[in-house]
Design a binder for this molecule. Structure first.
Ligand code: SF4
Length: 188
């Protein structure tokens, strides 16, 4: 049934009257938080995008995310999110989101679907080969020989989604591989 302009104004006047008499808005408006999340599961998370680490509330129904919003009780953001964080819902629910490994062999025009195990093995193998091929054990400077144990064939870059502990581990791993070119970019 449609709402006529007259009925809408009558309803508004009634609500305003209730507020004026009781000092409280009438309960169960369509905007009330109770109705908005009724029947949904609520969990908290941290935005994965940058090192600010804003807190978020995620609402799910039957295992599917139906809403993500800022957590008003989180000490970092107190409910606010930047445009990237606000759009996180679209990342979770996106038919174009890749959920498996895509591999294109050198020279091939075709993408192949691969398992994560396969991808991890392949990356480990290539990293080992690259390290061994480019490893510099010693270097001569001004006639003196120094042990450098340096891997000149690789570089590492960290992104803002990494937390302190992950940065620490990645830096350690890079140095253990002999990598000297370790960098960071905060907005990727
Ligand atoms: S990307 Fe935005 S919402 Fe996410 S943690 Fe950084 S500032 Fe917060």
């Amino acid at each position: 049934m449609g709402i006529s302009r007259r009925n809408f104004l009558k309803g508004s006047a009634l609500t305003a009257g209730t507020v004026a008499l009781t000092g409280k808005a009438a309960k169960a408006s369509v905007d009330s938080p109770e109705l908005r999340i009724k029947g949904l599961q609520t969990s908290t998370t941290v935005c994965p995008y940058c090192a600010v680490g804003c807190g978020m509330i995620v609402h799910t129904k039957n295992g599917k995310i139906v809403n993500i919003e800022g957590d008003t009780e989180h000490p970092i953001n107190r409910g606010s999110l930047c445009s990237k964080g606000s759009a996180l819902f679209q990342v979770a629910n996106n038919e174009r989101r890749l959920t498996h490994v895509q591999y294109r062999a050198p020279g091939s025009k075709r993408w192949e679907k691969k398992s994560w195990e396969w991808a991890m093995q392949r990356m480990a193998q290539l990293m080992k080969e690259t390290r061994d091929r480019n490893f510099v054990k010693q270097e001569e400077i001004d006639g003196k020989t120094y042990t450098v144990n340096r891997n000149d064939g690789m570089a590492m870059i960290g992104a803002a989604a990494l937390d302190n502990e992950e940065c620490y581990l990645l830096g350690k791993f890079g140095r253990a591989m002999g990598v000297g070119y370790i960098e960071h970019q905060a907005r990727i």
